[in-house]
Write a protein that binds this ligand. Structure first.
Ligand SMILES: NC(=O)c1ccc[n+]([C@@H]2O[C@H](COP(=O)([O-])OP(=O)(O)OC[C@H]3O[C@@H](n4cnc5c(N)ncnc54)[C@H](O)[C@@H]3O)[C@@H](O)[C@H]2O)c1
Length: 152
């Protein structure tokens, strides 16, 4: 089974790629290196002794995103590619909306068109505010209101 990890040279993405390779999935990474370095791929290879395919693609570019899906046909997608810095998102919200929404919409469009069967989206634990219990389960209620600073 081939899993596409978008943002796969980023913080969470790279750890996810290591876990997937250790469990013998075939892994493709798509990342535009906006907030990471291609050397991360070498570190992943050193840890796992396996080689993920790396594609330097900006997912806000639909034509390039479609070309990746058409050429490589992933079975599943785990989507981590996004801007995440809370402070910068407040300074420049439009750029965050542009990057994060356009990437997400392009990836979802391609999942449907090219039959990627599963899609996992990495949201933010901030949506749970102060959780009732830890660790937070996927069934935990989404809460409005106060967001704790520790979550950042
Ligand atoms: N770090 C955390 O503790 C945490 C917790 C919960 C959720 N998340 C969410 O998980 C996601 C990943 O977080 P992270 O900490 O790994 O961030 P990160 O910045 O380390 O990784 C994100 C990766 O996405 C890439 N990227 C950004 N825009 C792109 C684009 N248009 N096309 C291709 N690649 C692009 C960046 O180059 C980077 O390598 C974010 O959505 C974040 O909000 C993070």
């Amino acid at each position: 089974m081939k899993v596409l990890v978008t943002g796969g040279t980023g913080y969470i993405g790279a750890h996810t790629v290591v876990e997937l390779l250790d469990k013998n999935f075939t892994v493709d990474i798509v990342d535009n290196l906006n907030n990471s370095k291609e050397e991360v791929v070498d570190a992943i290879i050193e840890i796992t002794k396996k080689k993920p395919a790396f594609f330097n693609i900006d997912l806000t570019d639909l034509a390039l995103t479609e070309k990746y899906f058409n050429d490589n046909k992933p079975d599943a997608v785990i989507h981590f590619a996004a801007h995440k810095a809370v402070g910068l998102s407040v300074e420049n919200p439009l750029e965050f909306y542009r990057n994060n929404f356009m990437s997400l919409i392009n990836v979802l469009y391609c999942c449907k068109k090219y039959n990627a069967g599963s899609f996992v989206f990495s949201s933010s634990c901030s949506v749970y505010s102060d959780p009732d219990s830890l660790p937070i389960s996927e069934l935990a209620p989404v809460k409005k209101g106060k967001i704790s600073l520790w979550q950042y």
